[in-house]
Design a protein around this ligand. Structure first.
Ligand code: AMP
Length: 397
């Protein structure tokens, strides 16, 4: 069965058509600037060059129509008709406390997702628009929602409750939810499989380090803690997000800079993290280049980031009373060996030693610790689209 995977943002839409049996990507691409001037679709059939077409997309419905037209196009398409799409898997950011696993989408589920809009105002409404547009264009095709929060629903109360009046949890559901769950689930399972073990027999720390970063403690196959919280702003510092800071800083900056709450939140979400410290870039490649040229703030940003990740590894080793494997994934985790090394330099007390030659490679599942390292450290490329396709197949077949 072919599964169309849709990841719908407010003005963009990423898609992949995956043959779920062979797990091969048949085609993939991206619609950009939906609802704006100059919208375009990038379409890439497997093994071929990207085809970019500028085309008006006033709404997500047109964007999805263009995706469907592209995959069935008589010259560049990869399937003969939409009948060959057996199911659609939608990434949904927030499932609140209601969804601890993926679910077949129907009217009741869409209502429940809408009820979580408050918790993810930038993401859930966009996800819903994408789902509804797909339902209109493919009314007979089963659709599945795969939630970023679902994997972390196994966290115990003491890990998800904040030190706030308990009524805020009861009335407004203010608690830690965690994100990147599809990635943490996929990578922890892949890690165990790669090491020839069962997830139930392992304590794994997954470091998903990308533009957004989160760390999770996966104990015997279940997420028991994760660094992101009510929103993806908490945790380790990120490309442009501040991560965990003293909450009093909000009031202090607002007063000093003359900002309202929205202004402060914009700073914390868009102008902070390694971008904020360096003043140069949110991209770790630029920071490394800057550091090499002697830019001290670029070097500081990389160091503060690595230190922050290492502190979470220490905390989660305590939370699980041990750790068998640490897995690095996502853009930075998969590609930046120096960041991996810098994180592991703090972890000598765990008996971790890194094989520098192995750590200089990239692109595939690999072990980067030495054979005598007490904890196995590995790089496991994440694949959220494949994880969504797997979940979708499991629910509709
Ligand atoms: P992601 O959010 O997982 O797509 O990760 C995107 C981030 O990964 C970029 O902003 C870069 O900081 C980082 N990245 C991607 N490629 C490399 C690379 N070759 N070396 C270092 N960092 C990289």
């Amino acid at each position: 069965m072919n599964v169309l995977v849709i990841n719908c943002g407010s003005s963009s839409l990423k898609y992949q058509l995956i043959d779920a049996a062979s797990e091969k990507v048949l085609a993939k691409g991206l619609c950009e600037r939906i609802g704006m001037e100059g919208s375009q679709i990038v379409y890439q059939p497997a093994g071929c060059d990207k085809i970019t077409t500028v085309s008006p997309m006033p709404t997500h419905k047109q964007a999805i129509q263009l995706v469907l037209d592209s995959i069935t196009d008589k010259d560049n398409g990869v399937i003969a008709s939409l009948a060959e799409v057996g199911a659609v898997g939608h990434r949904v950011v927030h499932g609140g406390e209601k969804y601890a696993s993926s679910v077949v989408l129907n009217d009741d589920v869409l209502k429940a997702i809408e009820e979580c809009n408050d918790l993810a105002p930038l993401h859930n409404p966009a996800n819903l628009i994408g789902i509804r547009a797909c339902q209109e264009l493919m009314p007979d095709t089963p659709m599945v929602g795969v939630f970023d929060t679902a994997f972390h629903q196994t966290m115990p109360e003491e890990a998800y409750i904040y030190g706030l009046p308990y009524e805020y949890y009861e009335k407004y559901k203010v608690r830690r939810y965690g994100f990147h769950g599809t990635s943490h689930s996929f990578v922890s399972k892949e890690t165990a499989a790669f090491l020839g073990k069962k997830p139930e027999d392992m304590k794994i720390i997954v470091c998903h380090l990308g533009n957004g970063s989160s760390i999770s403690a996966v104990c015997h196959g279940k997420s028991i803690d994760t660094s992101m919280g009510l929103t993806p702003l908490e945790g380790v510092m990120m490309g442009t997000r501040c991560g965990s800071i003293d909450p009093s800083i909000l009031e202090f900056i607002a007063a000093k800079e003359g900002l309202d709450m929205a202004g402060v939140m914009k700073v914390l979400n868009k102008e902070s993290g390694v971008q904020g410290i360096s003043g140069v870039s949110s991209d770790f490649r630029d920071l490394e280049a800057g550091a090499k040229e002697g830019n001290k703030r670029c070097a500081l940003a990389r160091k503060a980031f690595s230190y922050g990740v290492a502190k979470y590894v220490g905390a989660y080793t305590a939370a699980m009373n041990g750790v068998d494997a640490i897995a690095f994934t996502a853009g930075v985790g998969e590609n930046d060996g120096r960041i991996r090394q810098a994180v592991c330099d703090y972890l000598g007390y765990l008996g971790i030693t890194i094989d520098q030659e192995a750590n200089s490679k990239r692109g595939e599942n690999m072990i980067i610790s030495t054979p005598d390292s007490k904890v196995t450290v590995c790089v496991i490329p994440t694949n959220e689209e494949l994880a969504i396709a797997r979940e979708t197949l499991a629910l509709v077949k």
